[in-house]
Design a protein around this ligand. Structure first.
Ligand code: NAG
Ligand code: NAG
Ligand code: NAG
Ligand code: NAG
Ligand code: NAG
Ligand code: NAG
Length: 413
């Protein structure tokens, strides 16, 4: 009997050990702002006082996150990326910020951010150095986890430069345990797949789910449309292998939103926002919030797109088909009707370059949207609505490198 109970207990324990990371965080894709794509490793504060990586920059971004409606829309994490550190650890082996650029220290910045109602994120690297050459966490994982908790960090991006590929998985798991032991809930953003996948090593996605709230799968985004399309190409090519690992508390991360910078047109910006929403991607902006043009800000603040992204089912959408060089992505979302038929977000992303809005005929059943007899279709950017059956032809017009974003909601009888 005791033996039986013991076996039962071990089975239950071993079952629970394959459950996903349970720190209560990132129940929907994290939203926030991070400096890397827009501000990189700009550390010359004499030449560029308004743009250098400094407490001034982060305080100003925190102010704008609150005053311009981003926090209210859901963008709650203000995240520091690489280049905040001093080149040396302190006498007790702790990381410390560059004292010229962060004269008040990280705890004071974290307090400032928290006082605004925001959450505070920071960057470190699992290897011997950060990507930009600042101190790595290798050999210091426990002390760094404790330092971050002491500073009130709510989100850690742990990069993977200067590390052995084979060390990455055990190392990130070890850091995850130290973060847990601090007792402070900290969103854990991992980068180990982004180092393995390009080398042809298939990461263990089950271990990622067990360890991390989100993880960068692939290369960094730069400020260009070709990066958006190449990232989407990688995610759609690999979707059958990776999409199912994304879900409540643990997300694939295709990298930052580059909307409002120099590289994307207005239509391309709508396209990135729409397809990132469908992929249930973390929505991490990287743009100068002090100077962003209002029409780009409006894309980032579009409540209906954010709602698709933040849908509580947490299902990563997929590329279902391509017609006439227009990719069609779908994501099941709420509400469901009384028979359990879900709604869908449907994104039409044009890879066409013939310069007019191309007309496409498609039925919902061609997209496998057939669970309900009637759907209300809403065009998110046009706010047109109409009712259709899965057999009816929908006609959409998609601009070159632009997007049409629809929702299809079952009509309940
Ligand atoms: C702090 O950053 C400045 C560049 O802004 C650099 O010149 C200085 O050496 C750094 N100090 C430390 C201690 O790393
Ligand atoms: C630590 O892990 C346990 C077990 O998964 C979990 O219940 C707890 O909430 C975690 N604590 C923190 C602070 O992440
Ligand atoms: C992947 O990780 C999971 C959970 O950590 C483990 O149970 C499984 O054996 C690993 N799979 C491989 C192929 O290593
Ligand atoms: C982004 O574009 C640059 C320049 O073409 C390229 O080097 C880089 O690999 C691209 N990254 C992705 C993720 O496509
Ligand atoms: C639709 O679903 C069927 C059955 O599940 C599947 O074989 C087919 O590939 C799907 N088609 C699309 C466009 O997703
Ligand atoms: C779409 O369907 C309508 C009605 O069947 C037809 O008149 C039109 O030519 C079609 N357009 C395209 C681009 O296939």
């Amino acid at each position: 009997m005791i033996c039986l109970i013991w076996i039962l207990v071990s089975i239950i324990t071993s079952l629970s050990s394959v459950q996903t990371l349970d720190n209560g965080l990132a129940l929907t894709p994290p939203m926030g702002w991070m400096h890397w794509q827009r501000f990189r490793c700009l550390v010359d504060c004499e030449a560029y006082p308004d743009e250098c990586i400094s407490e001034k920059l982060f305080k100003e971004m925190a102010d704008h996150l609150v005053s311009d409606g981003y926090l209210e829309a859901g963008y709650e994490y203000l995240i520091i990326d690489d280049c905040w550190m001093s080149k040396e650890r302190d006498s007790e082996g702790r990381l410390q910020p560059n004292a010229t650029r962060f004269p008040s220290g990280i705890k004071a910045l974290s307090d400032y951010v928290h006082d605004k109602g925001l959450k505070f994120g920071i960057y470190a690297d699992y290897g011997t150095k950060t990507c930009a050459g600042y101190p790595g966490s290798h050999g210091y994982l426990e002390i760094d986890a404790k330092t971050f908790a002491d500073w009130g960090v709510d989100y850690l991006k742990l990069d993977g430069c200067y590390a052995d590929l084979t060390d990455l998985q055990p190392g990130y798991i070890e850091m995850g345990n130290y973060l847990n032991q601090t007792g402070r809930p900290i969103v854990y953003s991992c980068s180990w797949p982004a180092y393995q996948e390009p080398k042809g090593v298939k990461p263990n996605y089950t271990a990622l789910q067990d360890t991390c709230n989100l993880w960068r799968n692939w290369d960094d985004i730069d400020d260009t449309w070709s990066n958006v399309t190449s990232i989407l190409k990688w995610f759609s090519t690999n979707q059958d292998r990776i999409a199912s690992f994304s879900g409540v508390g643990h997300w694939n991360d295709p990298d930052m939103l580059i909307i409002g910078n120099f590289g994307l047109s207005y239509e391309q910006s709508k396209a990135q926002m729409a397809i990132w929403a469908i992929m249930a991607a973390p929505l991490i902006m990287s743009v100068d919030l002090r100077t962003i043009e209002p029409r780009f800000r409006d894309i980032l603040l579009n409540k209906e797109i954010i709602k698709i992204n933040q849908d509580s089912l947490g299902i990563q959408g997929r590329l279902v088909t391509t017609f006439k060089n227009i990719d069609i992505w779908t994501k099941p979302i709420l509400p469901k009707d009384k028979n359990g038929a879900p709604s869908y977000a449907i994104g039409f992303l044009s890879n066409r370059v013939d310069g007019y809005p191309y007309m496409l005929n498609v039925t919902l059943s061609e997209l496998n949207i057939t669970e309900a007899e009637q759907y209300t279709i809403k065009d998110i950017f046009d706010s047109k609505t109409f009712t259709t059956s899965p057999r009816d032809k929908l006609i959409v017009r998609v601009k070159p490198s632009g997007v049409v974003l629809l929702t299809a909601t079952p009509v309940s009888k």
